[in-house]
Design a protein around this ligand. Structure first.
Ligand code: DAH
Length: 361
């Protein structure tokens, strides 16, 4: 009875034993692993070539079969197929082991990802987010609708429509960044125009977002900051409505028993205009050395006024039928006052300890 030559079987056995030994060595993590893997893969390719390729040993043996006696052919055929399957199986297994090692090498790193988690490291809302959310809920309670705003603006919506003509000196107050085709808005007042154009009165709206100015950074200035804009338009809206609304807002947000004070001011988009101050919530107007109100008893928090009829006309609202009030405040200023944050730059430094101190989980 004819069998596969022992020589062939031995040759295969030796080769595969050698490769398996090398695979074993992969378990010892050392620096030559990559090189070893390459060597093993090369050797596997050689085994494939020598035994499984078209001109390989298995093909040759199979080609011999037709010449043999049917009995022997059957027996030998089975043996060759078993050998072929064994070789394929072993090559597959070794390849899998080697590729697994290769993946480990490629993707693993010596970083301990199981870092100790302490609730102290939990992510928190930034204080500016908290202030914005709180302000929004107070105004939502007062019936104001909340609108998103846009930061990239054209000069018309940031200035002209708000009665700040080109070359008017008032523009200097709101100098900004210009680029081809647009500007970065200098205040959220642009949203008055955009909302008025989008929706007929009555309107009661607020919008919060980022604004930009050509300011150098110091403790109270930043080239990027946030504002809240609010306004209300209806038939027969008066200055009393403005005062009442802001008074309720202040008492809900800063605390009961807070007084408000209005001082005449100038904004091109409101007429008359005012700056509103609140009685000091820190010292209750009792401390001459108060660090918040500097002893004056009052803290200025926003600009406001009756919407200038020119602005209403600009958006096609008839000022003989409708009137409105508007107000705008800086979010950072409110946050600094309420939480006694001494320097505006602290908001933007991404300093984790700052966020731990003032942020909320
Ligand atoms: N836009 C003004 C500023 O950035 C703030 C402001 C003042 C907004 C009066 C108003 C307003 O709506 O009525 O300085």
């Amino acid at each position: 009875m004819k069998a596969i030559d022992q020589e062939i079987l031995d040759k295969y056995k030796n080769l595969i034993t050698e490769i398996k030994k090398e695979v074993e060595l992969l378990k010892e993590n050392n620096q030559e692993l990559k090189e070893k893997i390459i060597q093993i893969k090369k050797k596997l390719e050689l085994v494939k070539l020598e035994f499984l390729s078209k001109k390989g040993i298995i093909s040759k043996l199979l080609n011999e079969l037709p010449k043999l006696d049917p009995q022997v052919r059957k027996q030998l055929g089975t043996e060759i197929n078993i050998l072929k399957q064994n070789i394929e199986k072993e090559i597959k297994e070794i390849t899998q082991t080697v590729e697994k090692k290769e993946r480990e090498l490629k993707y693993s790193c010596n970083v301990d990802l199981s870092i100790n988690f302490s609730p102290d490291n939990a992510g928190r809302f930034h204080i500016l987010t908290i202030v914005q959310q709180d302000l929004m809920s107070v105004f939502a309670e007062l019936g104001f609708e909340i609108f998103d705003g846009i930061e990239i603006e054209d000069e018309y919506h940031n200035f002209e429509a708000l009665n700040i003509p080109k070359d008017h000196p008032a523009r200097d107050m709101w100098d900004t960044f210009y680029f081809n085709g647009g500007i970065l808005r200098t205040h959220t007042s642009n949203m008055q125009i955009r909302i008025m154009k989008q929706k007929p009165p009555p309107i009661k709206a607020i919008s919060i977002g980022k604004c930009y100015r050509r300011d150098n950074m110091d403790a109270t200035h930043s080239f990027q900051f946030h504002q809240l804009e609010g306004f209300c338009i209806d038939k027969q809206v008066t200055f009393i409505d403005l005062i009442k609304t802001l008074y309720i807002f202040v008492n809900k947000y800063f605390g009961e028993d807070i007084k408000v004070n209005f001082v005449p001011s100038y904004f091109p988009f409101t007429e008359p205009s005012a700056e509103m101050s609140i009685s000091c919530f820190y010292c209750s107007q009792k401390n001459e050395n108060c660090k918040i109100c500097k002893g004056s008893g009052w803290i200025e928090i926003l600009g406001c006024g009756m919407i200038n009829p020119i602005v209403l006309k600009n958006v096609g609202i008839d000022p003989d039928q409708f009137s409105g009030f508007a107000f705008g405040m800086g979010i950072e200023r409110i946050a600094m006052l309420k939480y006694q944050i001494p320097d505006i730059r602290m908001f933007y430094q991404n300093y984790i300890e700052f966020n731990k101190l003032w942020g909320e989980v």
